[in-house]
Design a protein around this ligand. Structure first.
Ligand SMILES: [Zn+2]
Length: 334
């Protein structure tokens, strides 16, 4: 076994974001009507349990993504439907377990299992209710992005170009309640002004589960160096994303190496303790033959190879693969 392979096998590997729950649901998916079987190895899409195991993933964060057609009035119902789909995956296999604390992730590693950690993508899901937020926490949700791309009653998403708002009063209450509960506030889809709104009120580390560096690719969801520094100053982590427009403005330059340039950049700006993985697998498609970061999650060991090739120490590689996520999870969710 190569050194890279051995290191990858040994490491706790955490991917901070995917949209796979949508892919295994039968209705409502924007990826067409075919739902995939999570327990069968497929060539379509990026993630299923066999490919998570091949890719050496210890913990996969799974988004409960509220699609626009459910907003605002049916957002909580839709989130509950997605939770039901996740729980039904748990019912079908001993090898896939839920993580609600760091120990669950470590136990999964020790037992050769894959843990799923739940994150809401779009604060519409709580329909303005702190009680609903607390109930989602009770059901196992440990992170939430306050918005997707639209503006909502908590904050502005990145698609809101004009308002330039921070957080609403309700948004501030939600951040405070999440910190009290032990939930991670995810800024990945926020507008820049709302990002600074979170930064101002956050007492705990907050995260960007799937964003890259704007210095290398101009996508508005990527973070400026100032944002990267600010997030790191509170102890947070940025998960680098593999979705092509976030990787490089020129689609021809979309490669695994280019993703590692983002890791290098975040390391340079904020230090090695603030960068992790946030693939966004099953949240995007790549047309056949187009350049891509990797075919699917089974190829994740290639990232370890590339980081070692670039001179990262074993300790640094382990931090990027999952150690940094573990640190921030320990601090916030316990
Ligand atoms: Zn997203």
């Amino acid at each position: 076994m190569s050194k890279a392979h051995e290191l990858h096998q040994e490491a706790v590997v955490i991917d901070g974001h995917c949209d796979t729950i949508l892919s295994v649901m039968t209705r409502g998916s924007w990826f067409g009507s075919r739902s995939r079987d999570f327990f069968e190895r497929d060539e379509d899409g990026h993630i299923d349990l066999p490919r998570l195991l091949e890719g050496g993933i210890t913990c996969q964060v799974m988004a409960l993504y509220i699609e626009p057609q459910y907003k605002p009035a049916a957002s909580a119902r839709r989130c509950l439907e997605m939770l039901d789909a996740f729980y039904s995956l748990l019912d079908q296999s001993e090898q896939f377990v839920m993580a609600t604390k760091v120990q669950d992730i470590l136990d999964a590693k020790a037992g050769g299992k894959v843990a799923g950690l739940l994150s809401i993508e779009g604060g519409e899901a709580i329909e303005g209710s702190l009680s609903a937020l607390r109930n989602f926490y009770r059901l196992g949700v440990r992170a939430m992005g306050l918005t997707w791309n639209q503006r909502n009653d908590l904050a502005d998403g990145v698609g809101e170009k004009s308002a330039k708002s921070g957080l609403t009063d309700l948004g501030i209450s939600v951040v405070k309640e999440m910190e009290k509960l032990g939930m991670l506030v995810d800024v990945s889809h926020l507008s820049e002004s709302s990002f600074w709104g979170v930064h101002e009120v956050a007492d705990r580390p907050y995260i960007a589960s799937h964003s890259n560096a704007q210095a290398l690719a101009s996508h508005p969801r990527n973070l400026t160096d100032k944002q990267i520094e600010a997030l790191a100053s509170k102890g947070g982590v940025i998960g680098v994303v593999f979705c092509p427009p976030f990787v490089d403005d020129d689609r021809e330059n979309v490669t695994l190496s280019r993703v590692c340039d983002h890791i290098d950049h975040i390391k340079k700006v904020a230090g090695i303790d603030h960068v992790g993985l946030g693939s966004d697998f099953d949240g995007f498609g790549v047309s056949p033959g187009s350049p891509q970061v990797m075919k699917d999650v089974s190829e994740m060991p290639k990232l370890t190879e590339e980081l070692l090739r670039r001179g990262y120490t074993e300790e640094e590689v382990k931090k990027v693969l999952g150690g940094n996520w573990l640190r921030v999870y320990k601090e916030v969710i316990g």
